[in-house]
Write a protein that binds this ligand. Sequence first.
Ligand code: FES
Length: 156
Amino acid sequence: MNIQFTEAELKEVERLKGLYPDSKAAIMPILWMAQKKFGWLSEDVMKYVGTLLSLPYSHVLGVASFYTMYFKKPMGKHHVQVCTNVSCMLRGGEELYEFVKTTYGIGHNETSQDGKISLEEVECMGACGGAPMIAINEDFYENVTIRDVEKLLQTL
Ligand code: FES
């Protein structure tokens, strides 16, 4: 895979760098851009991001490792996150997680064999008022039942 941003993406990198007193602070949005483009943050992708910010690989790896939203291995086309933290747990979050788990035969941070679905059990995503909630890629779904999740997954 050719690990290289386009001219337009490089302009965006420069714009992001300009938002901070120290351009190295743009590492998070640039890692996010890289993940969206390349699917996950391989060692080569992290090294590339490091060159854009004049940071060593170890620094980039340190940031990417700290945040679970950065994928350190290939994940599914549709990444399903199910919250099982307190509010969601009390309203059926664990049952939702078990449902997705058994439907696809995958566990935490695993991907279905066809590469379509990956699953992640997550901590509070700040949507407690709509518990239980799940997220599919960047879309949140709140007050969901097993039936709702089943329907959502069928549309993927
Ligand atoms: S506990 Fe699930 S979103 Fe807060």
